[in-house]
Design a protein around this ligand. Structure first.
Ligand code: ADP
Ligand code: MG
Length: 249
């Protein structure tokens, strides 16, 4: 299987030169193979969102390179970047980021309608992903009319409708109650295992991280060692992770 993502010596410094600066990422290196489900786990302020924004091409690294599907993002201009993002990347946010004045159906269709795909081609794709995620019956409703768990499924459908190379998720269960959180994590694991969706999720939550098959730890803008699920059941992996965290990591 091919490499979907490579992060090569990426750094990110906030603040202009001469002003107060803060280096949020200090030389990040890792890669994801096609079909992997990887969690990046770290405390609040460790750089998770900064990293994910670089991967999503919403922000640029101060130095270093990010390759998605072997394409170096820093080589693209703003228009090319927007086009690249709309084809290759799916993104789920902690707070859903749905447009409240659009129906769930219109929200899911957005990545395709923005790209000018005709609605006769969009409709079956929206139906298909909505069926897969169990939200077909709420397509005519507005985001405000459905639960948090359903909103995040709508957001997941929007992130996947254009069949991106990679799904990126920033604390996707952060705003959900524990039952909805578990359902969403089960869904992400199922999409990964059965539909081969390559997924990178950042989280501070060990329970959420235990659904991945590999966990990278980020601390003070640097990635340390990793933990592999390697055949363990999710619950065993969770206990391994808790032990690991208890040992001062
Ligand atoms: P996490 O998502 O792991 O909580 P972030 O990536 O949001 O961490 O933030 C990492 C560090 O960078 C934090 O110390 C944060 O205060 C700082 N930071 C994040 N965004 C900005 C910004 N736009 N300007 C300045 N500092 C920022
Ligand atoms: Mg964050």
């Amino acid at each position: 299987m091919g490499e979907i993502l490579r992060v090569d010596q990426a750094t990110k410094t906030y603040g202009k030169q001469g002003e107060k600066q803060y280096q949020a990422l200090k030389g990040i290196n890792f890669a994801l193979e096609e079909g992997e489900f990887v969690a990046v786990m770290g405390a609040s302020g460790s750089g998770k969102t900064t990293l994910l924004n670089l991967l999503a091409t919403l922000d640029k690294p101060t130095s270093g390179h990010i390759f998605i599907n072997h394409q170096d993002n820093s080589a693209l201009n703003a228009n090319q970047l927007a086009d690249f993002r709309s084809r290759q990347i799916g993104f789920i946010f902690q707070d859903f980021n749905l447009l409240e004045n659009l129906t769930n159906r219109e929200n899911i269709a957005l990545p395709l309608s923005l790209r000018g795909v005709p609605s006769r081609r969009i409709d079956p794709l929206v139906e298909q992903i909505a069926t897969r995620l169990g939200i077909k019956q709420i397509l005519p409703k507005y985001p405000a009319e459905v639960s948090g768990g359903q909103k995040q499924r709508v957001a997941a459908a929007r992130a996947l409708v254009h069949e991106p190379a990679i799904l990126l998720a920033d604390e996707p269960t952060g705003a959900l109650d524990s039952t909805s959180a578990q359902e969403l994590l089960d869904t992400l694991a199922d999409l990964n295992q059965n539909d081969g969706i390559t997924t990178l999720m950042v989280t501070h939550d060990p329970y959420a991280a235990s659904f991945a098959s590999r966990i990278l730890f980020i601390k003070d803008g640097k990635i340390g060692e990793q933990l592999l699920k390697s055949g363990l059941a999710r619950q065993q992996f969770y206990h391994l992770l808790i032990d690991h965290l208890g040992n001062g990591e």
